[in-house]
Design a protein around this ligand. Structure first.
Ligand SMILES: [Mg+2]
Length: 338
């Protein structure tokens, strides 16, 4: 019979979790006291928080029979929080985790979750970040909340509001893969039949790989504005444009080139790969602007130019043209299709 969390006391469950939590160099006092203590040498602390609710933000069982394991949910929770620190140009220092668990949750799921959290921290290149502690509670549904702190290490933060007319627009990281993986999970295509391309998309949906060293590198290279792409390029570009009071004009040919990497998946799923690139969230790539003439750091590709808002009167354009529905992410692609 599977051991469930209802069969253990809180301290018994914590005793199984603590040894699995990654301890990075920033941790001065780890879990077990009333609070943990994290070094903050910079004098400023970057902080962010994110909550995922079962069957709203993630599923354990997907329509195509695929599953998300505790490891996957832990990895994803860590990845998206680390990405928000990265997007400021900062380096993560610590995480605290709150888990609300139905009593029927297998203890193995919770252990797997802790392993996924720690594996993402190390695997994605943030080994200095510690899981410093957290909280356990019972409830009718599984809820995962992660708060993360970071250090700017002497750099100025890169905000969404700094883009200027004349800047280059650039992205770094995967684009559209998580959206392809999500479409696959929602399809009737059994995991056992996945081609390598489909398997890659499914894996990147379950365990996204944000480019965690790229944020501080972009900050040092003079990025004028930055955010991570968590809700889709068009939606997030609209937010950055609004914060900066500019128009972001995207280059359709470059984006079609980016979408080519998803063509194999798109054929099988009868989908448009460009729509995944433009509207797919959860890859947690970086959207950044750099001064014209600045050489882009490794891994960044130029996808457009920042225009004065007066030119187009729109937050985001593609090849200088409007397209339907960009503000709500439901893109009518007819205008751009060639
Ligand atoms: Mg973000």
């Amino acid at each position: 019979m599977t051991l469930t969390v209802a069969q253990l006391s809180e301290s018994e469950l914590l005793a199984r979790i603590f040894p699995r939590l990654h301890a990075g160099s920033s941790m001065l006092l780890g879990p077990g006291d009333d609070s943990a203590i994290i070094a903050a040498a910079d004098g400023r602390t970057v902080i962010s928080i994110d909550t995922q609710v079962q069957d709203k933000d993630f599923r354990l069982l997907w329509p195509n029979g695929g599953t998300s394991s505790g490891f996957d949910v832990g990895w994803k929770a860590a990845a998206q929080n680390l990405s928000d620190i990265n997007a400021m140009g900062a380096v993560a220092t610590a995480m605290v985790v709150s888990l609300t668990l139905p009593g029927t949750t297998p203890v193995g799921w919770v252990e797997d979750f802790a392993d996924g959290l720690s594996a993402a921290i190390v695997g994605l290149g943030a080994p200095q970040c510690s899981v410093a502690g957290g909280d356990l509670s019972g409830g009718s549904e599984l809820v995962v909340t992660v708060a993360v702190t970071g250090s700017l290490d002497g750099l100025a933060p890169v905000l969404r509001s700094g883009a200027q007319a004349g800047d280059q627009i650039a992205v770094c990281g995967n684009m559209g893969f998580a959206a392809a993986g999500w479409a696959l999970h929602e399809s009737s295509i059994l995991p056992s039949t996945h081609s390598p391309a489909l398997a890659t998309a499914a894996a990147l949906f379950s365990r996204p790989e944000p480019p965690l060293s790229a944020g501080p590198v972009a900050a040092r290279a003079g990025a004028t504005a930055m955010m991570d792409i968590s809700d889709g390029l068009l939606r997030d570009a609209t937010r950055l444009a609004a914060a900066s009071g500019v128009t972001l004009d995207l280059d359709g040919a470059v984006l079609r080139g980016v979408a080519r990497a998803l063509e194999d998946c798109a054929v099988v799923l009868d989908a448009d790969p460009l729509t995944w690139v433009l509207t797919g969230g959860e890859d947690h790539g970086l959207l950044s602007t750099f001064p014209e003439g600045a050489s882009l750091p490794d891994g960044f590709i130029r996808i457009g130019s920042v225009l004065s808002l007066d030119v187009a009167g729109l937050a985001v354009t593609i090849d200088g043209q409007n397209f339907k529905g960009a503000s709500d992410g439901a893109v009518g692609w007819d205008h751009f299709a060639v």
